[in-house]
Design a protein around this ligand. Sequence first.
Ligand SMILES: [Zn+2]
Length: 204
Amino acid sequence: MKHLHESYNDPNKLEDSREKFEKLTYKPADGFTNFRNEFVRLAGECQRPKSDWKYEFNRKLTPSLKTAVAKEYLDKTVRFDEFVRHCQQIADIWTRAQQERSTSNSGSGSGKSKDKDKGKGKATSTTATSSKSSTAPTRTRLSPDEVRILAMEGRCFTCKEKGHVSKDCPQKAADNAKKLAAVNAIVDAYAAKQDKTDAESENN
Ligand SMILES: [Zn+2]
C-alpha cells in the first residue's frame, strides 16, 4: 500500500502506468501469469476501481479466450478473482495442447489420452466435412457451454478436432469475422448495461 501511495504522488509515474495499462493486452507467447501480474500491478498503480477490473481484464484477452470465458464474464456472481482463475485454466490447457502438438510433430506418439479420443474425433469429422459441402452458410455458432467443453478438451472451436486451436484452424478464417462480431456485440451490450446501472446507482 505504501507503494501505491508513492506512485500517486508522482504524476509522471501515474501517467506512465496509465499508458502501459491502456496498451496491455494478453499475448499467449508471454504467458498468462505474466499478463495477470502486470494487469493487477498496473490497475493498482492507476487506481482503477476494483469494480472495473473484470471488464478491463476481459477486454484485454484474445478473441478466442474471450469467447471461451463469455459465460463467466456475463455471470455477475463470478467475481474478478474467480474470472481470472477460470481464464488461466483455459489458457493453460491451450498452452499445453500447443506444446503437445509441437512435440508430437517431432517424435513417436507417446500420448496417453490421444488414442482414446481419436475414434470420437473421426466420427464427428465425417459429418463436419459433409455439411461443409452444402451451399448454406456453416452453422458453427456455438453456445458458451459448447465452447467451454471444447476448450476444456483442447479441441478446435471451429472443426472440433484436437491438435490445433481455432486460431490455426483452416476452416476458421471464413467464420472468424462473423463470430467475433457476435461476441463483441454481447460484450458491448453488457458494458452498456453496466454503465447504465452504474450511472443509475450513482444518481440514487
Ligand atoms: Zn479446426
